[in-house]
Structure formats: structure tokens, C-alpha cells
Design a protein around this ligand. Structure first.
Ligand code: FAD
Length: 487
């Protein structure tokens, strides 16, 4: 029975989840504010003992309606939509806590290669891409800030090309049919057509290809990130550098109709450890958003998620962990021309152009057995030499002469269960919402994910795209939301 309830999405605590329905949580505590000001004035009055309060301006606020853990692209997008959709200006206080403001150690957003495509096999992912492309097309209507330069995403509308072998051709074709129904302009190409359109390609082993003729390509991830960051600050969102290390929760026991005992938890306070200090500040809050990227599994654990008996909902972990991925950038004057799309080959190797100067970038996800040690961000150049380059040459013979110019590594926010995102509330920790686990496609979907999470928080339901297939419950129910291919 409990499983059935989860499947229907009617988990305990889901009703009346929207912020609007809760009373009192989002009005400013005026009494406390007034008494605070009175106290400050009083202690400055003649005859009163000098009692200037300590300077606490370096601390995060002691209260915030929403605390977002993680200031990457998804955390910022959730913050943006919460402020955009709030019922009146200033109604919701939003605090984003980010442990590393340099974004050099733990963030997935910085190392991303900026690809956007609609060629997914899960319809909601196609809908997210459609939503994103409209957002990106009108970026300055969304992110412009008075007196600041306009956001330039440097979008390259070169399309994406997916190649399939005989074995995968039927799946590719049925995916394209679904994508077209969702409004994507994707065409199928035979090896002959491929050769005509892209004369630099060797079609050996390719039975069928799909090509996005519109709304696909790549953009500058950092420009989107910077634009969002500037915008949310202008909307009153507080960005704070610190690490979330602990949650203070209250629990209540509940029995389901099938007699299963479950413990519902609510987070009341989030402990924010001050950067380069042992000090921490408890922040009282009503809602917590787990947008901690590759580290969101660890953050979920802090709230007790996955810490029950194996096989129970309480014992079900958030299966998101860091997986190291390399990107190599190479120069090849003999390489494919300006009309080159982002190519995803049969074996998982991908590449695209970078700028106009005969530069390209690309890589490949390792197999489970080849997964590199994620405790550092060192680049394994042999991986490119042995696992990527031979495939590149096979597909594009002119890449034989390429010279590697640079390389970097970054973390996928990798969902080990089905490599798809996790969106919406946790069924037992009732005020923790997820925006995580998108593995290799979180950047392009960030506008739609942010909106979906904000709708769930504010309205208690998804309004724009039904993201219920992305609920946490699927891990417990063991129902995979598998993508045909992730880059
Ligand atoms: C090499 C590479 C290529 C990619 N290419 C693409 C692509 O072409 N297209 C695409 O759509 N996507 C791509 N992605 C995936 C995409 O970059 C990610 O899905 C997306 O950036 C995830 O955003 P995020 O905000 O969830 O994560 P992040 O940017 O990692 O943000 C999470 C933040 O949480 C912070 N944090 C963690 N724990 C705590 C804590 N306890 N307290 C405070 N802060 C905390 C971290 O410091 C981090 O900055 C790529 C990723 C990589 C690595």
C-alpha cells in the first residue's frame, strides 16, 4: 500500500506543502526587529551603559525562509525562480550557502562544455530543453540588471549529431518520433546523407544518425552562471560563503495504512560553518533546497536520508556522488569546418568546435571499471591518448594531426541509479527539496529545473512541466528513469 501511495505521489506531508498555504512562516518577525532596534537605540542613549552589540555582519542571517545549499547553476536558478514567482516583492527571504566562492574545487558548472540538445529519450527531458532554449533566447528579458552589461551567452547554434549503430538504430528512430511530438526539430539521416552534409566524417559502423536542426548547440556556461548570480543578488537573494554541516530536525512517527512505521522529519535549523573558521551559525528556516551537486548525496545523509534499514524508504539513499570527467582541448587546422555540430559517437566519445580558430574540445565518460579516483581533479592524459583519440581518428580521420593544447577535469553530479535528475521533495524529510543528480545535462536544464522546484515549494505542485517522474520515490520503488544515452 505504501508503495502505491508513493507511486501516486501522495506521500504524507505533501498536502499543503506550498509556502503560500503555511501561515506565519514568511512574514518578517516585526516584534523581534522592533525590539532589536529599540535595544540598539537604548544602549546609545546618554546615561546608558555602553553596550554596542558585537559586529556580526560576517555571519549569515539567523533566519531565512528558504536555505539553498549549493550556489552552482541549479541553486541559483531555484533562487531566481523563487524570487520571480513570489506573491509580492520581498515576500520570501532566500539564502544561498556555497562552500567555495571560487568554484574551483567542487562545482560541476565551471568545467561544463555548455552543450544543449533536445535529443533525449525521456519526454520530460525534451520539455526541459524546450523550456531552456526559450529562456536562453530571451536571456536579457530574464536576467538584465539596471546599469549592468547585457548577458552574452555566445550561443553557437550548430546543432547536435547523434550516431547510432545497427543495434541502436530502432531506439534512435523511436526517440526522434517522440522528440518531434514534443516540438523538437530533429531529422534522421542515413550514412549517405551524413557523408553529403558532413564530408569530413567516416560513416563506418553508423546505421542511422539524428540531427537537431534548430535550438541545439552550445553556449558559455560561465556567462549564464554570472548572469544568474548578478540577477539574484539584485532581487535580494543573499549569497553566503560557508559550508552546511548539520541539520536540526524534529520527528514524528506515523503508521501507514499497510502498518509500516515511518518517521517524518522536519528541518528547523541549518548549521552554516563560517569559511576558514570553526564557528558556525544556526539559520532557522522553513524550506531547505539540496542543490549541492556532486555532494548532494552527502548533504542528504546529514538529514538522515538513507540511514534506516536497507530496503525501507528511510534506508534509501540519495544515489548522487562525484564522478570525475576529463575535457581535452585540441588544435587541428585540418579539422572539420565551421558547420560542425556537437557530435556524440556510438561509443560515447563526443566533440565540438571551440571558437573560430580550429580548436575543438571533447572527451568520453569512462566505463564503471575505468572510473578515476574522484578525490582530486588531476587529469589523466593517457585516458585521452588511449580511450578518446583513437575513436576520434576513426570517425574524423583529419584528427590524426591534432595537438592537445589544454585539459581540465570536473565532477559530474552523477546519479548512480539511472543518471537522471532528482527533483521535488523528500517523502520523509518533508521540507527538503532536491534539485540535483542531472549527471551530464544539468546545465542546459537549469532554467526549467529551477522553475519546477520553485513551483513545488510555492504552490505544492508542478505547474509548467510535470516533473513527478523525477521524484526521489523512484529509488525506493526501484523504477529507473533511464536515458538512452548520456554524454
Ligand atoms: C566536464 C563536464 C561537462 C559537462 N557538460 C555539460 C553539457 O554540455 N551540458 C549540460 O547541460 N551539462 C553538462 N555538465 C553537467 C553540468 O555541468 C551539471 O549538471 C551542473 O553544472 C550541475 O549544477 P549544480 O548547481 O547542481 O552543481 P554545482 O555547480 O557543482 O553546484 C553545487 C555546489 O554546491 C556546493 N556545495 C556542496 N556541498 C555543500 C555544502 N555542504 N555546503 C555548501 N555548499 C556546498 C559546491 O561547492 C558546489 O559549488 C557537464 C559537467 C562536467 C563536469
Amino acid at each position: 500500500m505504501f508503495r502505491r501511495v508513493l507511486r501516486l505521489g501522495l506521500t504524507p506531508g505533501r498536502q499543503n506543502r506550498g509556502l503560500r498555504t503555511r501561515r506565519g512562516g514568511f512574514t518578517l518577525d516585526w516584534d523581534a526587529k522592533v525590539s532589536d532596534v529599540k535595544q540598539k537605540i537604548e544602549c546609545m542613549m546618554p546615561g546608558k551603559q555602553w553596550g554596542m552589540p558585537f559586529d556580526t555582519s560576517y555571519l549569515p542571517p539567523t533566519q531565512s525562509d528558504v536555505v539553498i545549499i549549493g550556489g552552482g547553476i541549479l541553486g541559483l536558478s531555484v533562487a531566481f525562480w523563487l524570487k520571480k514567482l513570489e506573491s509580492r516583492r520581498g515576500a520570501i527571504r532566500v539564502l544561498v550557502v556555497e562552500q567555495d566562492h571560487t568554484y574551483s574545487r567542487a562545482s560541476s558548472t565551471g568545467p561544463s562544455v555548455g552543450g544543449i540538445w533536445q535529443q533525449f529519450s525521456v519526454p520530460e527531458n525534451v520539455q526541459l530543453s524546450r523550456f531552456s532554449i526559450n529562456f536562453l533566447r530571451n536571456i536579457n528579458e530574464h536576467l538584465a540588471v539596471v546599469d549592468a552589461p547585457l548577458v552574452d551567452l555566445r550561443f553557437s547554434p550548430s546543432g547536435c549529431l547523434l550516431l547510432a549503430s545497427e543495434k541502436d538504430a530502432a531506439t534512435l528512430e523511436s526517440n526522434v518520433n517522440m522528440q518531434r511530438q514534443e516540438g523538437a526539430k530533429v531529422c534522421l539521416m542515413s550514412p549517405e546523407q551524413l557523408r553529403n552534409k558532413f564530408p569530413w566524417i567516416n560513416v563506418e559502423g553508423v546505421a542511422l544518425a539524428s540531427y537537431g536542426m534548430e535550438d541545439e548547440g552550445w553556449f558559455d556556461a560561465w556567462s549564464l552562471f554570472e548572469g544568474l548570480r548578478r540577477k539574484v543578488q539584485s532581487m535580494g537573494v543573499l549569497l553566503y560563503q560557508g559550508e552546511v554541516t548539520r541539520f536540526i530536525t524534529s520527528s514524528s512517527q506515523m503508521e501507514t495504512t499497510s502498518g509500516e512505521q515511518v518517521v517524518l522529519k522536519r528541518i528547523h535549523k541549518v548549521h552554516v560553518k563560517i569559511n576558514k573558521s570553526l564557528e558556525y551559525q544556526p539559520v532557522e528556516c522553513s524550506v531547505v533546497i539540496n542543490a549541492a551537486g556532486a555532494w548532494s548525496g552527502k548533504v542528504a545523509e546529514l538529514a538522515g536520508i538513507g540511514k534506516g534499514l536497507p530496503g525501507t524508504l528511510q534506508g534509501t539513499k540519495l544515489p548522487v556522488e562525484p564522478r570525475k570527467r576529463y575535457v581535452h582541448l585540441w588544435h587541428c587546422p585540418q579539422g572539420p569546418g565551421l558547420e560542425t555540430p556537437l557530435v556524440a559517437d556510438i561509443n560515447g566519445v563526443y566533440f565540438r568546435r571551440e571558437g573560430l580558430g580550429s580548436n575543438y574540445l571533447g572527451g568520453c565518460s569512462p566505463t564503471e571499471e575505468e572510473e578515476p579516483d574522484p578525490t582530486n581533479l588531476e587529469v589523466d592524459h593517457d585516458f585521452f591518448q588511449n580511450k578518446v583519440w583513437p575513436h576520434l581518428i576513426q570517425r574524423v580521420p583529419s584528427f590524426k594531426t591534432l595537438k592537445v593544447k589544454s585539459a581540465w577535469a570536473g565532477y559530474y553530479d552523477y546519479n548512480t541509479f539511472d543518471q537522471n535528475g532528482v527533483v521535488g521533495p523528500h517523502p520523509l524529510v518533508v521540507n527538503m527539496y532536491f534539485a540535483t543528480g542531472f549527471s551530464g545535462h544539468g546545465l542546459q536544464h537549469s532554467p526549467g529545473i529551477g522553475r519546477a522546484v520553485a513551483e513545488m515549494v510555492l504552490e505544492g505542485e508542478f505547474k509548467t512541466i510535470d516533473m513527478s517522474p523525477f521524484f526521489f520515490n523512484r529509488f525506493y520503488l526501484e523504477e529507473k528513469l533511464q536515458e538512452y544515452r548520456i554524454l
